[in-house]
Design a protein around this ligand. Structure first.
Ligand code: ADP
Ligand code: MG
Length: 884
């Protein structure tokens, strides 16, 4: 082993030959000195023998193996295991310790850690440096550095040691000791040493070869080597490969030598990450907050099912589009209609669905409905009743408070009606505009108390107790004050008059009411059925709601409603769904329903469902009259009350049949006031009669979020059952307004986040490019290191791995820094949000988002570093070594 045969070896640079047809043999045990003037091709020859450079012609046999068929990987293995290099300028990796420098070649060979250490320490002992192993090369003298280089070249126990002017930079004393060492080494291997110093060569070497212009001109001790047997294959050895961990430590140590730059680069790279992480923190925090609110607070709001519902979401959509059908194209040759209103109205009606609450209530109360009853905290049935309330004291005349007539004063009746959709909740909103709005205190005491603070007095409890609601600023709107009779409506009238006449308006002072003054207020409530009295003479019922004298009398027996409390929406409460000015108890609703139910007019109407109590005629009179002819006149007359029959008969005798029919039709039209279509149900509704089996709304209060989910599922199951039975009309529809609101807010937040992230991502791209450039600079800086690594057997792939490791570290640091800074920034952001909005801990980076961002950061920097690391891998090792 340790034989070398050069056969007509040439190396050509362009036209010039650096090595020209050199044939020579060498074998183990020799210390061969290559002498010659500068530029005669010594280094080139050494590099070729060492596998750093390739020859252009001839052949090179190493240990009897021809190298003509060597592939890159064979050269890598050869350099790593059979060759040791020593250079004039030592070529140590400056950012690595002495020990790691020596270990590096073994690391590349995949030798275990302990073995590596043991052998490196042994090699360093051999060169007399066992006490310097922890130092960095720049802390050593030149001689010591060269000893480290020798130790490094020996650790893999190579057959051939190549030394290029090893003592060229050393003083003579140190040179002598290095030469001593080389001679020692040459005992059991082949050492080829290039030198200028003929004296030294004479003194130490066993053989001197002189070169001139790439040719051998003399050889003191040529050796004969038998011709190599043909077809000897290079020995298959384990492919050298650097582990990613080695690459990481190598790059980490390198990065540690330029901490400031690394940190700055990582910081620049982290800015995009910070941006995205902040957006993620805020948006996920908001969504979590909304979900939490929904879960904690809003889930206890009832599921409200109304007898009529609107599909709000699709209504909103159609309303957006309802600017007339714009897709309809027409010429500008005439005037065309834009059917805004009709289209809007038709979509409105299309969105209204009717719920069969009679069927659903029966279901809830049946055995089947037990599950719903159990799942709910409370089930309330709501009935639409009209409250008729007056203010009689303190004012000269009777003031109708509810329904309020305030809006009429503005002559805006029509507009008011347009909003008067007959829906609970909706009508309350309209009420806030038209004067006072009265609403029933619905809900469990807990939900109510979470919505309102009692400012003065107490919660209304009995049926004749009410509460006034003030705004969060303790205010009541003037229109409400007028309509409640707290301020004199005549005053409003005169202001309006003044305005109409264009007179300068008196400055309106802010009125102030002591709590006691408001708590002293009383109102008169009349059940609507008491507006109707029986007219003995005519035998019909009369509507006397416009009869002032009668109303005054009615006030005597009216129910006295007392204001017992002043309430204010709780600022902590997320939402008060009822925007009412006056709140009354469910007991009052019960009272009104009872009073109406037992009233005379209701009794009379229910007694004879066929007859309209206002006219004494059948409800079907309209149809009957339309088909009234001379033939069936007699039949018709028989259905009339006795008194009218005789009257009619007299008239017939006088006028004849045709005239009588005309007269009757006219009379009837006058009596029914044109409303010939009135039905039994219409009348009962007018009298305020309520059928308990047909609620206008059902409010189901879930105990918690899970309970709400369960009730929703049970309603869905009920609907499925109705569909299965073919009773599509009994399917219950309702709008989960809160759910709808929450989901739309969440999706808006998501959309905003995506847009912002898209913008911020641009900075990620910019920072990636920057990292690519910085990696490229690093490649330029570490060119020497690339050469050193290649000379000790690193493959191209190992080199690119070193730089990928570097970008990996930078990406990781950038990601980590970004996440860290984001978490720090979240602290002041949360403080600001807390002081602005009063909720704490909104901005929080979700764990998986953070991890994903670090991964993204690493991936992006890796991609950015790919090109520079390829450039590094492609570098010619000889040129790389030559750079300083
Ligand atoms: P030395 O004996 O001083 O070590 P070298 O082996 O470095 O000489 O160089 C031998 C000859 O080859 C010189 O003439 C040098 O200019 C030439 N040479 C070396 N490397 C290259 C190269 N990469 N490109 C062109 N010419 C080269
Ligand atoms: Mg040279």
């Amino acid at each position: 082993m340790g034989t070398l045969v050069l056969e007509k070896l040439s190396k050509r640079y362009g036209d010039a030959l650096a090595v020209a047809d050199v044939s020579l043999n060498a074998k183990q045990g020799d210390l061969v000195a290559l002498l010659g003037p500068s530029g005669c091709g010594k280094t080139t020859m050494l590099n070729i023998i060492g596998g750093l450079d390739r020859y252009t012609s001839g052949n090179l046999f190493i240990n009897d193996v021809s190298t003509t068929a060597f592939r890159d990987v064979d050269w890598d293995i050869y350099r790593n295991t059979s060759i040791g290099f020593i250079f004039q300028n030592y070529n140590l990796i400056m950012h690595q310790t002495v020990l790691s420098n020596v270990e590096l070649a073994m690391t590349l060979a995949g030798i275990s850690r302990e073995e590596r250490r043991r052998r490196a320490v042994a090699a360093l002992e051999k060169v007399g440096l066992s006490d310097q192993i922890k130092k960095k090369p720049n802390q050593l003298s030149g001689g010591q550095m060269q000893r480290v280089a020798i130790a490094r070249s020996l650790v893999n126990n190579p057959d051939i040691l190549l030394a290029d002017e090893p003592t060229g930079a050393l003083d003579s004393e140190t040179s002598a000791s290095i030469m001593e060492l080389l001679r020692e080494i040459a005992r059991d291997r082949l050492v080829l040493m290039v030198t200028h110093n003929a004296e030294l060569a004479e003194a130490c070497s066993t053989r001197i070869i002189r070169l001139l212009d790439g040719r051998v001109i003399s050889d003191t001790n040529p050796v004969e080597i038998e011709a190599a047997p043909a077809g000897v294959k290079p020995p298959r050895r384990k492919k050298t490969s650097m582990s990613f961990l080695t690459a990481l430590t190598l790059s980490l140590n390198n990065l540690m030598t330029k901490k400031t730059r690394t940190v700055l680069t990582a910081f620049a790279g982290s800015i995009g990450i910070i941006g995205i992480a902040l957006i993620l923190s805020l948006s996920s925090g908001m969504n979590n907050y909304i979900a939490r609110i929904q879960k904690d607070t809003m889930s206890t709001y009832p599921i409200q099912i109304q007898s009529q519902t609107m599909d709000f979401s699709s209504m909103m959509n159609t309303m957006m589009d309802a600017r007339g059908d714009r897709s309809l194209k027409h010429e500008r040759d005439a005037v065309y209609s834009n059917n805004i209103v009709t289209e809007m109205m038709s979509t409105f009606t299309a969105q209204v669905t009717y719920n069969d609450l009679e069927r659903f209530k029966a279901y809830i109360e049946s055995d089947e409905g037990k599950e719903i009853r159990d799942a709910a905290d409370l089930i309330e049935y709501a009935y639409d009743i009209d409250l008729h309330v007056y203010k009689s004291d303190a004012l000269d005349e009777l003031l109708p408070v509810q329904p309020s007539e305030m809006f009429n004063n503005f002559g805006a009746n029509g507009a008011g009606n347009a909003f008067a959709m007959n829906m609970r909740g909706m009508s309350v909103m309209g009420g806030a505009m038209s004067g006072s709005a009265w609403a029933e205190l619905v809900g469990s005491p807990e939900t109510l108390e979470s919505q309102y603070d009692v400012v003065a007095g107490r919660w209304p409890e009995a049926y004749d107790e009410i509460a006034i609601v003030v705004s969060r600023r303790n205010e009541i709107s003037d229109i409400t004050l007028y309509s409640l009779g707290l301020m004199d409506p005549n005053e409003l009238e005169s202001i309006m008059d003044a305005l109409r006449k264009g007179q300068a308006t008196p400055k309106v002072e802010t009125a102030r009411f002591a709590y006691e003054d408001i708590l002293r207020q009383t109102y008169k409530l009349v059940p609507q059925s008491s507006y109707y009295t029986f007219d003995e003479a005519e035998g019909v019922w009369l509507d006397r709601s416009q009869d002032d004298a009668y109303l005054k009398m009615l006030m005597e027996s009216a129910l006295n409603l007392r204001v017992v409390g002043i309430l204010r929406p709780d600022p902590e409460s997320q939402e008060t769904f009822v925007n009412a000015n006056v709140l009354y108890t469910p007991e009052l609703t019960g009272y009104v329903i009872e009073r109406n139910a037992e009233s005379g007019v209701v009794w009379a109407q229910r007694e004879s469902p066929e007859i309209n109590v206002f006219t004494g005629m059948p409800f079907s009179i309209g149809d009957t009259l339309a088909s009234l002819t001379a033939e069936n006149l007699d039949e018709f007359l028989l259905t009339l009350p006795e008194a009218q029959q005789t009257q009619a008969k007299q008239a017939m005798a006088l006028l004849g049949r045709e005239q009588l029919i005309k007269m009757i039709t006219q009379q009837m039209a006058a009596m029914t006031n044109g409303a010939s279509q009135t039905t039994y149900e219409d009348n009962l509704e007018l009298f305020g009669w309520v059928d308990y089996a047909k609620p206008d709304g059902i409010d189901i209060y879930p105990p918690d979020f899970e309970g709400k989910e369960k009730i929703t599922a049970l309603i869905a199951a009920y609907n499925d059952a109705r569909r299965a039975e073919g009773h599509e009309e009994s399917v219950i529809g309702y709008t989960d307004l809160i759910g709808l609101m929450v989901s739309s807010v969440s999706s808006i937040i998501d959309i905003i986040s995506y847009v912002l992230i898209a913008f911020v991502s641009i900075s990620l791209v910019v920072s990636s490019i920057m990292i690519g450039i910085i990696t490229y600079i690093s490649v330029l800086e570490r060119t020497k290191e690339i050469g050193i690594l290649r000379s000790i057997g690193a493959s191209k792939r190992d080199i690119s791995r070193v730089f990928n490791a570097e970008t990996f570290i930078v990406g990781l640091v950038a990601g980590g820094l970004g996440i860290g800074i984001t978490m720090l920034l979240n602290i002041p952001i949360n403080i600001i949000i807390k002081s602005l909005a009063g909720v704490s801990g909104i901005s929080a980076l979700p764990l998986y988002g953070g991890i994903a961002l670090v991964v993204i950061s690493v991936l992006l920097t890796l991609i950015a570093g790919l090109i520079p690391s390829r450039i590094a891998a492609k570098k010619d090792p000889v040129e790389a070594l030559r750079t300083e």
